[in-house]
Design a protein around this ligand. Structure first.
Ligand code: PAF
Length: 278
C-alpha cells in the first residue's frame, strides 16, 4: 500500500500509472475507520483496478470547533485496517496541503443545504462539497464510494456531480451495523457504556417505522416512534419521513419513495441513521 501526503506526489504517481482502461475507485474518509468504511474499500476493490482511500479530517465541514477538536485521529490503526483490506493507495494530507488561507468556496446547494443536517449543521455540506470537489479534481476517479448512513451527503454530492458535470459514477453502499443494529460510526467510540445501551433506540425506532409502514399513517408512525426516545440521555434533533429523491418532508400520507431519517444526541454525541422505506 502506498501512502501519499502531498498532492503533487499523488498526482505524479497517478499520471504515471493511469491509462484509459485502468478503473480508479475513490473512498473518501475522515479516518477513525470502522467496518462501514472497509465495506466501501471492498466494494471498490470488486469493480476497480486501483482503490484509493483518503484520510483527511476536513475542518471546513465542522460548524462546531469542539467537535473538530474531539474528532478521533487513530491514523496508525486506520493505515493498518486499510492495508489489511487491500487498499492500494492512501492519501493522508495535512490541512495546509488541502487549503490555502482565505480560500472561498461558493456553491449553491439549494434546499439540501437548509433541511435536516443542513439546518442543524449550517455550512456543513458546503464544507463537504469543497473537499470532495478538491479530491475528485485531484484523483479523477471513475467511481466514488460513499456510505448510505449520511444519505443527505450522498444526495448533495450527487447534485454537485451533476451541476458541475464531473461525470463520476457515485455509489451509495449499505449501512453497516453492529450486532444489535446500531449504525457503525466513528463517533460511537465516544459513547459511554450507558449511552451505548440507549443508542440502540435509534435503530429500534427505524425498524418500528419500517415494519409498520403500511399499518399506520405517517403522522401516527412518527408519533409512536418518537415515544421510544424517553431516556434523558437521548435528545432528538429530528425523526422525519421524507421523499428519498429530494428530502422533502412527507406532510401528506404519501408513502411513495419514502425514507426515514433521524439525528439524535446521545449524551454529547450526535448520531444519524436512516432506512429506506419504499
Ligand atoms: O463522509 C465523510 O466521512 C466526509 O464527509 C467526507 C465525504 C470524507 C468528506 O470529508
Amino acid at each position: 500500500m502506498k501512502i501519499f501526503t502531498s498532492k503533487a506526489d499523488l498526482s505524479n504517481f497517478l499520471n504515471g500509472v493511469k491509462n484509459s482502461s485502468l478503473k480508479i475507485g475513490l473512498v473518501p474518509t475522515m479516518g477513525a475507520l470502522h467496518k462501514g468504511h472497509i465495506s466501501l474499500i471492498d466494494a471498490s476493490k470488486k469493480v476497480c483496478d486501483l482503490t484509493i482511500a483518503t484520510v483527511f479530517v476536513n475542518p471546513t465541514q465542522f460548524n462546531n470547533k469542539e467537535d473538530l477538536l474531539k474528532y478521533p485521529k487513530p491514523i496508525l490503526c486506520d493505515l493498518e485496517m486499510l492495508e489489511i483490506a487491500g487498499c492500494d493507495i492512501v492519501f493522508n494530507p495535512e490541512t495546509n496541503e488541502m487549503y490555502q488561507d482565505g480560500e472561498i468556496w461558493d456553491y449553491q446547494l439549494g434546499d439540501l443545504n437548509t433541511v435536516l443536517e443542513g439546518k442543524f449543521r449550517p455550512g456543513h455540506y458546503l464544507g463537504v462539497t469543497q473537499i470532495v470537489f478538491k479530491l475528485f479534481d485531484l484523483i479523477k476517479p471513475d467511481i466514488a464510494f460513499f456510505g448510505q448512513k449520511d444519505y443527505q451527503q450522498f444526495l448533495v454530492i450527487q447534485k454537485m456531480n451533476m451541476d458541475m458535470n464531473l461525470g463520476i459514477e457515485l455509489k451509495a453502499c449499505p449501512i453497516v451495523r453492529e450486532e444489535d443494529g446500531l449504525a457503525m460510526s466513528s463517533r460511537n467510540v465516544r459513547l459511554s457504556k450507558y449511552e451505548r445501551r440507549e443508542a440502540i433506540t435509534i435503530y429500534q425506532s427505524l425498524v418500528f417505522i419500517k415494519e409498520n409502514f403500511l399499518h399506520y399513517t405517517i403522522e401516527e408512525l412518527l408519533l409512536k416512534a418518537k415515544s421510544f426516545y424517553t431516556h434523558p440521555s437521548l435528545s432528538l434533533d429530528y425523526l422525519v419521513i421524507c421523499d428519498k429523491h429530494n428530502l422533502n418532508e412527507k406532510l401528506q400520507n404519501d408513502k411513495n419513495n419514502a425514507i426515514v431519517l433521524v439525528a439524535c444526541n446521545v449524551g454529547d454525541t450526535r448520531l444519524i441513521d436512516n432506512m429506506i422505506l419504499s
